[in-house]
Design a binder for this molecule. Structure first.
Ligand code: AR6
Length: 173
């Protein structure tokens, strides 16, 4: 058996998945976009877990890395922190974005999650094209060696436009 991979429109903070992935920044102290929404919904306790994680990364959390912290007030049991490449800073390597998805799935399996929800990492403030994010995300998830240890990988998109892009990527083999 391998995980079902799908895409829905919605707010990832309301996801029923065991783990939700946060598109954070290397400072890990919260921000706008999905990061801000997750911090608001999870409550202030999340920030303390972020501080503990940050203490291990004095030079900043690396682009493409992933680490799970407790979901606090969220339905999700874990928030997996990852940092996408920032196109506005010249971070244009698709491998860095693919690493966010692949490493987040590895981390989800490591903590025992069976279902994982992803936002469109780097498709907001970090300036990547939505179609490109969708293609890279779907490809990285399909290639993941841990897919057989998960039941569901769900992309949760904030707009119909982005949902259509992910649906297109999912319909292409
Ligand atoms: N649920 C699902 N998707 C959402 C939600 C939500 N509640 N809110 C926003 N999105 P962004 P990035 C979508 O900018 O490009 C932050 O300040 C949003 O519409 O959140 O990786 C961090 O602290 C977009 O499609 O993440 C970093 O500094 C997608 O999530 C920086 O932004 C990603 O947009 C990271 O930028």
């Amino acid at each position: 058996m391998t995980a079902r991979i799908d895409a829905v429109r919605g707010d990832i903070t309301q996801s029923d998945c065991d783990a939700i992935v946060n598109a954070a920044n290397s400072g890990l102290m919260g921000g706008g976009g999905v990061d801000g929404a997750i911090h608001r919904a999870a409550g202030p306790e999340l920030l303390q877990h972020c501080r503990d994680l940050k203490a291990h990364y004095p030079c900043g959390f690396p682009v493409g890395a992933a680490a799970a912290i407790p979901g606090c007030a969220l339905k999700a049991r874990w928030v997996i922190q990852t940092v996408g490449p920032n196109r506005h800073r010249g971070e244009t390597d698709p491998a860095d974005l693919a690493a966010c998805f692949a490493n987040s799935l590895d981390e989800a399996v490591r903590v025992g999650a069976r279902s994982v929800a992803f936002p469109a990492i780097s498709a907001g403030v970090f300036g990547w094209d939505g179609d490109e994010v969708a293609r890279i995300a779907v490809d990285a998830v399909r290639r993941s060696p841990v897919l057989g240890r998960l039941d569901l990988v769900q992309f949760v998109l904030f707009s119909d436009e982005l949902l259509a892009k992910f649906q297109r990527a999912l319909s292409t083999r």
